[in-house]
Design a binder for this molecule. Structure first.
Ligand SMILES: C[S@@+](CC[C@H](N)C(=O)[O-])C[C@H]1O[C@@H](n2cnc3c(N)ncnc32)[C@H](O)[C@@H]1O
Length: 217
């Protein structure tokens, strides 16, 4: 079972899930782009990363109320589906309020993703890793359930000049939010077997994308 932190406890509160989409996520998205360059529009950059029409099966890990699950699903074709997993019932209840033909949701812990190895064409974990007390093993799980030839996309926090100001890192950690070192995510995903790992930093946020080598590579 996942371990608790203050940030996680807040996330699981039904009141929080009610304000998440309209208030918290947009504000946090802006905060993430603080100190960033022209790529400050985090959502736009993210959408570009997720634009993989034709993907058959996508997993959205820690999907929250499903805003990205739906967005990813809307880009799929054929029998493509996007499955969202999250361990907060209130978030999943919110997600279930906007069903689509291409989305399904499941309550699960990101540390123990309840799917077999090599199942998904793409696996994403967006704006969640920094809340998870033991986040690096989750990256191994993302890679495990990805098909050979498939991609893993992570969006999370990253250390910047701003976060190195006195007290900022400590205050953030106290509240249960983790700021990852510049190379931490890239190194763990590479160690887990991903190739062509790319990192794009937008202010205090980073996108990391990597490909699981094809079986005959
Ligand atoms: C900030 S929300 C992000 C939701 C969504 N991915 C987005 O980008 O809008 C973080 C989510 O991570 C979920 N979460 C945190 N730890 C988790 C874990 N160990 N397993 C599954 N979900 C988790 C929380 O319940 C919450 O819904």
């Amino acid at each position: 079972m996942a371990r608790e932190s203050l940030g996680l406890a807040i996330m699981q509160n039904p009141l929080f899930s009610a304000v998440y989409e309209r208030a918290w996520r947009p504000v946090f998205t802006r905060l993430f782009s603080l100190g960033g360059s022209s790529t400050a529009d985090v959502d736009k950059a993210l959408t570009a990363y997720l634009a993989r029409p034709g993907d058959r099966l996508v997993l959205d890990v820690a999907c929250g109320p499903g805003n990205y699950t739906r967005r990813i699903a809307s880009g799929l074709t054929g029998d493509g589906r996007c499955i969202g997993i999250d361990f907060a019932e209130s978030m999943l209840a919110r997600a279930a309020r906007t069903p689509t033909d291409r989305t399904s949701y499941l309550r699960a812990d990101a540390h123990e993703i309840p799917f077999a190895d090599d199942t998904f064409d793409s696996v994403v974990c967006l704006a969640a890793l920094y809340l998870i007390p033991d986040p690096l093993p989750v990256l191994d799980e993302l890679v495990r359930v990805t098909n050979p030839g498939g991609e893993v996309v992570v969006f999370t926090s990253v250390a910047t000049d701003l976060t190195s100001l006195p007290g900022v890192r400590e205050a953030t950690c106290l509240s249960g939010y983790r700021i990852f070192g510049r190379h931490e995510i890239v190194e763990r995903l590479s160690a887990a077997g991903l190739e062509d790992v790319e990192q794009t930093i937008t202010g205090m946020g980073q996108y990391v994308l990597g490909i699981k080598p094809a079986a005959d590579a």
